[in-house]
Each structure stands twice: as structure tokens, then as C-alpha cells.
Ligand binder design. Structure first.
Ligand code: GDL
Length: 682
């Protein structure tokens, strides 16, 4: 495979590798070169240069590189070639570019021409994370933001004269950003129709950090984009939370995707060295096309041969252990220096220190084990999931807290002891890791392992306190604690002041693995909507008493199918069983209100909506998204506000609307008893 062989033999090869696309300190040239070596070794073929906080990539995108910078980039591009990795240079001009100004287009071309002179043959224009409002000059020149981006991208692409690869990152780069839906997004439609066919498009999946990426979701976006996307995968990205690091396997992306995608690039942790697992497991995944045998799994007789994240993780960790136990790179340099000192010492004739009888023995580090690394990975697993050991530690702590009484049972003492052992294992892992010869890797991990060691230490002390061994905790719970008693700083304090500690924890609120599709309502959905409505009337919300049809609501006619929803203002939600929820609206609720002999609400809320979701959908986020879509469709049709009526007995939906944040209670003398009205401005 050649580095220039992006389209070898006419069939485009599957783009696979790494995008350095995170916020924060960019990797060093040495680390990038190391990355190319690994990519080649593991069979990955691409590196996308896109460090958000590199001055000349984004903020000062117009500035040309200085001779010193040029030398560095040239060396990097040639190192990539040497390791048969395709180097793609990305630029992010979206912070301040005026699309309609020819001087701006010229500046962009000049910058990319310079990089082309360094030997780079593949390029990328990124428009992620930017303001979507165009300036006055651009509004005059282009009919939409998508048109502006497509115009400049096509010009640059043609100017570069058939670059080997050219990637475009849209501003709406995931389903969650599309309005109203992926297939109905006019932004994506324009991009799909007008972007030249040689240009590939980056996509992060359903969300910025996608929990899962389904084949169906890719089929949907492919049909709008008119080409298979390249996934920019943020599964291992940690630039949004300084306390998190991701050492779990590449996961929840079926390998059936491989034949449906143009490629996958992972945008991993900011810290270079801990990305061993992220990149190694992605490489294993890439080799396991469509459930077939992966190179690494040959010889795994008796096991299923497709990609298995658990197995992929073990393979990665076994290789990582070798790296951690080797004193290569920076650690090697340190060794050289110390060996110089040693030789000076040897010259001075001193022999190495040997402790005498009764003296302290020399410190010898216990070697790091594969189990230590498995534990480490479990503690820093994936964005939506803790690893099995971390989960069981949380479960045990939860049980010990709920079952602690003044008199401890035998079971409690036994489980407390087991919890203590698990905590000790974390401390031992910390000790062995901090003695590992490869200091470069250790230093990247250090803050995280210190943090988890203290966190686990506090939990362990708390269990001891519950068990009556208070003396041990006294030092931790004093009135005048050391600064580490105020863990998390100001940000931690803000979080703790918000309801439910401000954030959902993964232990009590694991995200749903179910995939929901939200799509526009069609006439054929009427029966399903009716069924959900009737089911909920019968007490399907899980309430003990069936919900009464009284008092009648204006939206009853809408949900029961007697009044059709306003065209374009109705959505349904499906899971793998079928339609499981709906959000439907009337843009003008007056006639329906009149039919129910109800006085119209105040002028500020002309529209009305009805939302219902089956109880099997325990995750509130898809219903929130569906309601959001409905509200934005009403807004784009010119409505100023929307209301909904709820029966006092419908606790579930009252709770749902209250938590949306945008709806407030309205009071009105004309309302029948037991009806609650909530309304939102649009
Ligand atoms: C993003 C940014 C990316 C960042 C990531 C995780 C894309 C296309 N852009 O939205 O630079 O690292 O989130 O925080 O993903």
C-alpha cells in the first residue's frame, strides 16, 4: 500500500486512522512521528492534522508558516510518507472568514499552496464549532450558509487540482445539530447536492460524542450527502472534561458499517501516550470487516470471529504493557544521562550501595501487570460507560451505604472487606504504574491516576466510618482540612450546588443503548398514534389508577385522530418494536379550542402541541429532541408561542414539560378544574 495510493486501483481505500482535532495543547512533532510508526504497524493509513489550538490552523489561518515552521511541517509530511500514512492538512477558517470576499479566498489558496509545497497532497476544510450567522456581506452574496461554504470549498478543491483526498467538515456535523432532521436538513441537502463529488464529508454520528453509530443512521445521512461519510469519531476525545480519560476499547459501532463508510478517523484523548488503546482497538475493528476474521483473531478457534471489544482491549493492553515496561524515547534519554553520571561515579571508584545487616533494604519496584492495566482501563473506560470493575465498585459502595445499620450483619462486614480489597487493588495499581520504566506514558497518566486514587481512598474511608472504624476517617473529616479536602475546585463547587449535583452520573443513569428514530408523521401513523393515546388513557403511564378521559383536553381530538395535525408539524418516534411516541401540533389552535368551547389562550401562544411517549422509553432525551424539533418547525412557520394542556393526573408528562426548561405554568380562570396549561415562547 502506498501513501499516495488513496485511490489505488480505482477503488478508494477505506480511510482509517487518527484526527488530531481536539482543543488544547497540540501533540509534539516527535509524538506525531511516533503515531505514524504505530499506524503503519497496526495497519492504519491516515492522519488528519487539525489541532484546534494550533495558531495557524484556526485562529490565524491566513498567516503563512515561517521558515522554521515550514521545516518542521516538511519533516512531518515526509515522516508520514515514510510510514505509508496519508498526511491530510486541515485548515479551519470559519471563525472570521468573509466567504464573499475574493481576497479571503485568495488567502486560503495561498496558505494551502504553501503546504502543498511542503509535499502535502491531501487537504481538508473544517467548518465545525463556528457561528452560524453570516455577516451582512455574505448574506447578500449567498442564499444560505451552506451555499457560502460549498462555494469556497469547491473553489479551493479545484484550485488544488485533484488532491488525493479532500475532506469537508460541515457545521452540522452530527444528527443532533440538524434541523428539523438529518433527511430534512436544508443545510445538509445543499452540501450533498452542491459539493463536488471528489470531496468527502466528515460526520460524528448521532451526537458530537456518539454513544452508538447504527447502520441505519449512516444509510440516512449517506442519502442526503450523496456520498458515504468519513466518521470523525469523538468516542475517545476527552478535551471537554479535565477529569476524564478514555482507555476503553473502540465500541458500539457495528463492523457492518465498514462497507457503508468512506472511512473512520478517531479524535482521541489530548494526552498522546494513553491513546495506545484507542488507536490499537480501532485498528483491530478496521480489520474485522463485516464480521469476518480479523488478522489478530486468527487462531482464536472456538470463539466467534468478528470484532469483540473485550478481546480487542486485551490485545491492546498486552501490547501496551510491553511499551510501559520498556524505557524507550524520553525515558531512554534520561537513562543515558544517568548512565553518564554512573560512569563518573564508577570512575571515582565508588561501588554501588549495598545495605548492611539491619539497614533498610534497597527499594525494588514491583512490576506492572496486565491485571493492573485492565483495572486502569476499567476505571477510565468510555464516555457513556464505566468498565466492569468500576461498575462493581460503585454497586458495592451503594449497597454498603444502603445496608449500613448500627449493628453490622455478617454479610455487610464481608462485603465491606471485599470493597476494601478492591480499593487496595487501585492503590497497588497506582504504585506499580508509578514505578513503570516508561516515564513518558506515566506522566501523561499521572494526574488521572492520582485523582482516582484519592477518590477511591475517600470511598474506602467512608465505608470504614460506616463500619464503626471512625478513627481512620478522623483525619479526613477535620474542620480545617488540607486543600485536597476541597476536591474539584470552583467547578466542583458549582456542580454540587446544582440539583442532582449538576450532572447525571453514569452509575444511576446509564445512557440507553436503544436507538430511536424520529421522523415526520405521515397519515399511516394515525393508528399507531391513536393506540398510544388510548393506551395512555387506560393508565399506561404506570399509575395505579387509570387516567380518566375527564376533563376533556383540546389536544384529545388531535391525538385520537379526529383533528389532523397541521402539515409539517408532527413527528413520531420509533424504536426497534415500532412507533413509541409522538409530538403533534396545530399551528393555530383557535378552531380546535372553539370546538371544545374553550376560550383561546392569550395571543402570545397561538399554537398547541400534544406529546406522548410509551413508558418503555425510559430515556427522556429522544422525547425532548422530538419536542424540540416540533417547536422549531412551529417557529419556522412564524408561530410566536405554543401551549399544551395536561391532566393533573398525568404526572409523567407534567414532569417532562417542567424539566424541558422552556415551558412555564399558565393560570387562567377559564380552565376546567384539574387541567394544567404549560406554555413556551418560540
Ligand atoms: C467537537 C469538535 C472537536 C472536539 C470534540 C470533542 C468535531 C467535528 N469538532 O465538536 O474539535 O475535540 O467536539 O470535544 O468533533
Amino acid at each position: 500500500m502506498s501513501a499516495d495510493g488513496a485511490r489505488a486501483g480505482g477503488t478508494p481505500r477505506f480511510i482509517s486512522g487518527v484526527v488530531e482535532g481536539f482543543y488544547g495543547r497540540p501533540w509534539t512533532m516527535e509524538q506525531r512521528t511516533e503515531l505514524f510508526k504505530r499506524e503503519q504497524q497496526w495497519g492504519l493509513n491516515t492522519y488528519l492534522y487539525a489541532p484546534k489550538d494550533d495558531y495557524k490552523h484556526r485562529m490565524y489561518w491566513r498567516e503563512l508558516y515561517s521558515p522554521e515552521e515550514a521545516d518542521q511541517l516538511k519533516a512531518l509530511i515526509s515522516a508520514a510518507k515514510q510510514h505509508q500514512v496519508e498526511f491530510i492538512y486541515a485548515i479551519s477558517p470559519g471563525l472570521d472568514i468573509t466567504f464573499s470576499n475574493p481576497k479571503e479566498v485568495a488567502a486560503l489558496k495561498r496558505k494551502l499552496d504553501q503546504v502543498k509545497q511542503f509535499g502535502c497532497r491531501s487537504f481538508s476544510l473544517l467548518f465545525d464549532d463556528i457561528e452560524t450567522e453570516m455577516c451582512a456581506a455574505d448574506k447578500k452574496a449567498f442564499s444560505s450558509f451552506a451555499d457560502a461554504q460549498v462555494s469556497i470549498t469547491n473553489q479551493v478543491y479545484e484550485h488544488l487540482r485533484s488532491p488525493e483526498t479532500f475532506l469537508f467538515c460541515p457545521t452540522d456535523y452530527c444528527a443532533a445539530f440538524c434541523t428539523p432532521t438529518v433527511s430534512q436538513s436544508s443545510y445538509l441537502q445543499t452540501v450533498g447536492e452542491k459539493l463536488l463529488p471528489g470531496i468527502d464529508i466528515l460526520w460524528t454520528g448521532p451526537k458530537v460524542v456518539s454513544h452508538t453509530i447504527s447502520v441505519e443512521s449512516i444509510v440516512e445521512v449517506t442519502s442526503v450527502l450523496k456520498r458515504a461519510p468519513v466518521i470523525w469519531d469523538n468516542i475517545h476525545a476527552n478535551d471537554y472534561d479535565p477529569q476524564r480519560l478514555f482507555l476503553g476499547p473502540y465500541k458500539d459501532r457495528p463492523t457492518e458499517l465498514i462497507s457503508k463508510l468512506r472511512g473512520v478517523l478517531t479524535n482521541p484523548n489530548c494526552e498522546f501516550y494513553p491513546n495506545f488503546v484507542a488507536i490499537h482497538t480501532l485498528a483491530t475493528w478496521c480489520r474485522s470487516a463485516d464480521g469476518g476474521a480479523s488478522d489478530l483473531e486468527i487462531g482464536d478457534e472456538g470463539q466467534d470471529r468478528g470484532y469483540n471489544p473485550h478481546r480487542a482491549l486485551n490485545l491492546a493492553l498486552s501490547d501496551w504493557l510491553l511499551e510501559l515496561m520498556s524505557a524507550g524515547g524520553a525515558a531512554g534519554q534520561l537513562k543515558k544521562e544517568s548512565s553518564k553520571e554512573e560512569s563518573v561515579q564508577t570512575d571515582s571508584g565508588e561501588s554501588p550501595y549495598v545495605p548492611g545487616p539491619g539497614e533498610n533494604p534497597l527499594y525494588t519496584a514491583e512490576p506492572l501487570t496486565l491485571d493492573d492495566l485492565k483495572l486502569l482501563s476499567d476505571l477510565f473506560y468510555l464516555p457513556y460507560e464505566h468498565g466492569p470493575t468500576a461498575r462493581s465498585m460503585l454497586q458495592e459502595l451503594d449497597w454498603l451505604k444502603t445496608h449500613s445499620q448500627t449493628e453490622q450483619t455478617e454479610e455487610w462486614r464481608c462485603r465491606a472487606q471485599h470493597f476494601d480489597q478492591m480499593c487496595k487493588a487501585v492503590v497497588q495499581m497506582f504504585n506499580r504504574l508509578s514505578n513503570a520504566p516508561n516515564r513518558r506514558v506515566l506522566y501523561d497518566l499521572y494526574d488521572y491516576i492520582c485523582d482516582i486514587k484519592s477518590g477511591v481512598g475517600l470511598a474506602c474511608a467512608h465505608v470504614k466510618a460506616l463500619g464503626g472504624q471512625e478513627s481512620l476517617v478522623a483525619q479526613l473529616m477535620t474542620d480545617d482540612p488540607e486543600p485536597w479536602g476541597f476536591r474539584g475546585g470552583l467547578s466542583g463547587e458549582f456542580q454540587r450546588m446544582l440539583p442532582g449535583h449538576g450532572n447525571r452520573d453514569l452509575f444511576r443513569h446509564p445512557p440507553m443503548t436503544a436507538v430511536y428514530t424520529i421522523r415526520p408523521y405521515s397519515a399511516e401513523d394515525q393508528t399507531a398514534v391513536q393506540r398510544i393515546f388510548k393506551g395512555m388513557q387506560k393508565g399506561g403511564a404506570g399509575d395505579k389508577a387509570p387516567m380518566m378521559m375527564q376533563p376533556p383536553l383540546i389536544s384529545d381530538g388531535l391525538s385520537s385522530g379526529e383533528v389532523p395535525p397541521s402539515p409539517g408539524h408532527a413527528f413520531v418516534m420509533e424504536d426497534d418494536v415500532g412507533v413509541c411516541g409522538y409530538a403533534i401540533a396545530l399551528i393555530d389552535a383557535k378552531p380546535a379550542a372553539a370546538q371544545c368551547q374553550r376560550a383561546p389562550l392569550c395571543e402570545d401562544y397561538p399554537s398547541m402541541l400534544g406529546v406522548q411517549v410509551l413508558p418503555r422509553v425510559t430515556d427522556p432525551s429522544p422525547a425532548r429532541r422530538m419536542t424540540g424539533l416540533l417547536m422549531s418547525s412551529l417557529k419556522s412557520s412564524g408561530s410566536r408561542g405554543v401551549f399544551c394542556e395536561l391532566r393533573q393526573s398525568d404526572r409523567r408528562m407534567i414532569d417532562f414539560f417542567s424539566k424541558l426548561g422552556s415551558f412555564k405554568h399558565l393560570s387562567g380562570a377559564d380552565l376546567p378544574q384539574d387541567v394544567l396549561v404549560m406554555a413556551a415562547s418560540l
